[in-house]
Ligand binder design. Structure first.
Ligand code: BV8
Length: 245
């Protein structure tokens, strides 16, 4: 059986990505042995309670990651570019939902893109809610240029215990897609890890593209394993043949 036995050009596509798709661009994942959670505790740097308790530590954690992301050595890789191409040729719509807070999907050409866990390049005022882009390091004594409050600026990032963004749009896309593809995620974090079951409940064909089996591997009808820069372009090339047939 081939992909074309399960997917037609009439199917809309929802793609979920995680940190694994950015690994070959030089950004760390979370749960690999050299990952972020091997060096930091979630409770210390990625919860609202951590920010209230020790804002300098939390802001410093994201300032370091933002500076790394903005380094000239960090570029979109072949997997990001392949997903950008897919959106351009697929006739029935592609929604890319990423758990990542880096900017590599947009730089790779994806436009119909939801950052469900926020974006490192954006800063939000906890007081007035105004969003700022590209203001560099965020410090505790900074003044919000929109409302004038001091010390209210935080990364526009969804911490554990906070509601991910655009969940209604994601839910309706999962309800109507014919193909769900999960790329570079371990399936540890909810509600993202539950999307595959939601898509399958609505009749979608579900494929996992990952370095190794994720926690939810058995829910997918198909799994292809290897580095994202190899398996993702191959998969997108197969979709191009379906789109052009
Ligand atoms: C919420 C931003 C509720 C910060 C992140 C059940 C239902 C709902 C919630 C929960 C639930 N059970 C538990 C929860 C709570 C919690 C949760 O899921 N906890 C887990 C740890 C058990 N979820 C939440 O708190 C969420 N919020 O539920 O709110 C609510 C309800 C009402 C009102 C208010 C609130 C919010 C979760 C979001 C947290 N923020 N990120 C930051 O980035 O600093 S999560 C964080 O984990 C990142 O976003 C990351 O992307 C995400 C998932 O990790 P992965 O991307 O999968 O990365 P990982 O390292 O784990 O895996 C990488 C994979 O890539 C591996 O499989 C590896 O093999 C592969 N790989 C490696 N190299 C390559 C590769 N693949 C291909 N090629 C390669 N080269």
């Amino acid at each position: 059986m081939s992909l074309s036995d399960f997917v037609s050009a009439a199917d809309s596509i929802v793609i979920l990505t995680g940190a694994g798709i950015s690994k070959e661009s030089g950004l760390q994942t979370f749960r690999d042995p050299d990952g972020i959670w091997a060096k930091h505790r979630i409770e210390d740097v990625a919860t609202p309670q951590a920010f209230a308790r020790n804002p300098e530590v939390v802001l410093g954690f994201y300032n370091v990651r933002r500076a790394q992301m903005e380094g000239s050595n960090i570029q979109p890789n072949a997997a990001h570019a392949a997903l950008g191409r897919l959106e351009g040729f697929w006739p029935s719509g592609v929604l890319l939902v990423t758990q990542n807070i880096d900017n590599l999907h947009a730089r790779g050409g994806s436009r119909n893109l939801i950052h469900m866990h926020g974006e490192l390049a954006k800063t939000r005022c906890n007081d007035c809610g105004h969003l700022f882009e590209g203001i560099g390091d965020v410090e505790t004594d900074m003044v919000c240029l929109f409302c004038g409050v001091t010390g209210a600026l935080r990364p526009h990032v969804v911490w554990f215990g906070e509601m991910p963004l655009d969940m209604d749009a994601i839910g309706s896309a999962l309800g109507r897609c014919g193909l769900f593809v999960s790329i570079g995620t371990s399936g540890n974090v909810y509600p993202a890890a539950g999307f595959v079951q939601e898509a399958r409940n609505n009749g979608a064909y579900a494929v996992e593209l990952n370095l190794e089996e994720s926690l939810g591997a058995n829910i997918f009808q198909e799994g292809r394993y290897g580095p994202a820069t190899e398996v993702v372009p191959e998969f997108v090339d197969e979709l191009r043949i379906i789109a052009e047939s």
